[in-house]
Design a protein around this ligand. Structure first.
Ligand code: HEM
Length: 207
């Protein structure tokens, strides 16, 4: 069919990847332009931290959407942007943590922040789980890790759940948004559970 030939064309896939990268860069452009225009409100540091955290969270969810989209539509193009979206998510999570350290904490009393703001423990846990995923995302690492790569990358499931806990825990309003993200995560995990069973969901377990 003409359409399937068209969407499978290397040029189309390249344009699709470019568009996805552009969309994933929007939160960063928003933050940078907001800082430049000084339009981020009375507490720009807080606004920057929150925007970057939300972008990281949304991009992990977007990354988790790619496999179901491939299965439901049969189009392999979704998988071509999966790794890139995951890396964008990690990039934003890293900037979020740096923004927190710079603008909110001021690089002081790092330890006390865990007791004063316990939701940060959840954020830190999620971030720690994202680190090995980002470090092993390259094709070279995939080859080197072989059969251990997939069990390791199942860490994304607890990482997104704990990120959601962090998000809900720190929030003061917008319950609707949290419920929406929570439901989206539940659906994404439930479809995987259906496809792979519980073993397919547990990090470091093969199968
Ligand atoms: C060491 C790691 C982390 C620290 C220290 C941290 C810190 C924070 C802080 C200070 C806030 C703002 C809370 C407030 O408004 O008072 C926040 C919000 C948030 N963080 Fe994190 N975070 C961490 C990791 C993560 C990770 C890994 C994610 C997602 C993958 C994430 C997603 C979010 C989200 C979605 C929000 C809410 C943003 C909003 O209100 O729109 N955080 N975090």
């Amino acid at each position: 069919m003409l359409i399937s030939r068209w969407i499978g064309h290397p040029r189309f896939l390249q344009a699709f990847r470019f568009l996805a990268a552009l969309l994933a860069s929007v939160p960063l452009l928003f933050v940078v332009s907001g800082i430049a225009a000084q339009s981020l409100g009375p507490d720009p540091g807080q606004a920057v931290t929150e925007s970057l955290g939300l972008a990281a969270f949304q991009l992990i969810i977007a990354t988790l959407c790619m496999t179901p989209l491939k299965r439901w539509t049969g189009w392999a193009g979704w998988l071509r942007i999966r790794r890139m979206l995951g890396l964008f998510a990690f990039f934003y999570a890293m900037l979020h943590v740096l923004a927190f350290l710079q603008f909110i904490l001021g690089w002081t009393d790092l330890w006390a922040t865990f007791t004063k703001r316990p939701y940060i423990i959840a954020g830190a846990l999620s971030f720690l789980m994202l680190i090995p995923l980002a470090l092993t995302s390259s094709t070279g690492m995939m080859r080197r890790l072989g059969k251990s790569w997939k069990p390791l990358h199942k860490l994304v499931y607890p990482a997104v759940l704990v990120a959601w806990v962090h998000y809900v825990w720190q929030a003061r309003s917008d319950v609707g948004e949290m419920v929406f993200y929570g439901l989206a995560i539940l659906v994404l995990l439930a479809v995987r559970w259906k496809w792979t069973g519980s073993r397919g969901m547990i990090p470091f377990v093969r199968g």
